[in-house]
Ligand binder design. Structure first.
Ligand code: F6P
Length: 319
């Protein structure tokens, strides 16, 4: 392989830049030219494609976001749209592409591979919702941001005998919530795996107040489960705590990547280039038991999500 492209797609994640840098430098050091494809698949279709150099990926390892820009392009499902993308790549002699993104981005990568452009997926999303990998690039940074925020919320909640309900992202995956709950010593974690029984949660909060005599209570809840502002009002009405809701929102997506995310991105970027050099496509890179491996995208997309029973069990034993 002589020329490869690289793009970031879907929601951005801290560490995407470290991955872009790793892919670019490992490839250039192996005699392969690298092209940045801007704004995800949209830039591929529109031909917004420019060469990357060692210098152009300098001073980005510590930067959040993605220097290539990102977008979601549902139209990429359409074969005619993909044909345009393939012809843009062929025009420039780009034979293979590294796609950094979530499962939606992987579907595009698989479809392109089937059209003769070898693609390798790298898991770039804060959600940690790609089952075939223990961790995605960006998860550790988002988790760090959440933990910092919750630590601050606990200070003020404790001063005012409040219950802080903190909504975190995850796109129906509870990993950010459960990891944050353990790391912050939260009182309650609510995810799609735990389910949400409002009455039961209120009962537990009354117990933390009256029996356990807690000065504060932290509830970490995944997004898309309930209206946390309404729930905070019910906490005020039905428990001894005054309820306050905080939606952390897109703050979780930004910021300088943690060292773990930078190293993970670099290891995965290296693997992507090595696979393409062997003429392999249609695979995504994963970390399993601290080993960097690759899995066929088709297999990765059909793996059921883990229930996280053991972590949730641990959480309950720590309360
Ligand atoms: O997939 C990353 C993510 O931040 C999810 O956690 C969240 O549900 C979604 O993207 C938000 O999307 P947008 O940035 O388009 O509002």
């Amino acid at each position: 392989v002589k020329r490869i492209g690289i793009l970031t797609s879907g929601g951005d994640a801290p560490g995407m830049n470290a991955a872009i840098r790793a892919v670019t430098r490992v490839a250039l050091n192996s005699g392969i030219e690298v092209f940045g494809i801007y704004d995800g698949y949209k830039g591929m279709v529109e031909g917004y494609i420019e060469p990357l150099t060692k210098a152009s990926v300098g001073e980005i390892i510590d930067r959040g976001g993605t220097i290539l820009g990102s977008a979601r392009l549902p139209e990429f499902k359409d074969i005619e749209v993909r044909k345009k993308a393939v012809s843009q790549l062929k025009k420039r002699g780009i034979e293979a592409v590294v796609v950094i993104g979530g499962d939606g981005s992987y579907r595009g990568a698989l479809a392109l591979t089937e059209m003769g452009i070898n693609c390798i997926g790298l898991p770039g999303t804060i959600d940690n919702d790609i089952t075939c990998t223990d961790f995605t690039i960006g998860f550790d940074t988002a988790l760090t941001t959440i933990v910092e925020a919750v630590d601050k919320l606990r200070d003020t909640s404790s001063s005012h005998h409040r219950c802080s309900i903190v909504e975190v992202m995850g796109n129906r995956c509870g990993d950010l919530a459960i990891w944050a709950g353990i790391a912050c010593g939260a009182e309650i974690v609510i995810t799609s795996s735990t389910g949400f029984e409002e009455g039961e949660v209120l009962e537990r909060l009354r117990d933390f107040d009256l029996i356990k005599k807690k000065r504060h209570a932290i509830v970490v809840i995944s997004e898309k489960i309930t209206d946390v502002h309404q729930f905070a009002k019910k906490v005020s009405l039905n428990t001894g705590f005054s309820g306050r809701a905080t939606v952390l929102g897109h703050v979780q997506r930004g910021g300088s990547p943690t060292p773990s995310d930078r190293v993970l991105a670099s290891r995965m970027g290296e693997k992507a280039v090595d696979l393409l050099m062997q003429g392999i496509g249609g695979q995504c890179v994963s970390i399993k038991d601290n080993q960097i491996i690759s899995v066929p995208i088709e297999e990765a997309l059909s793996m059921p999500r883990e229930s996280r029973k053991r972590l949730l069990n641990l959480f309950e034993r720590l309360v």
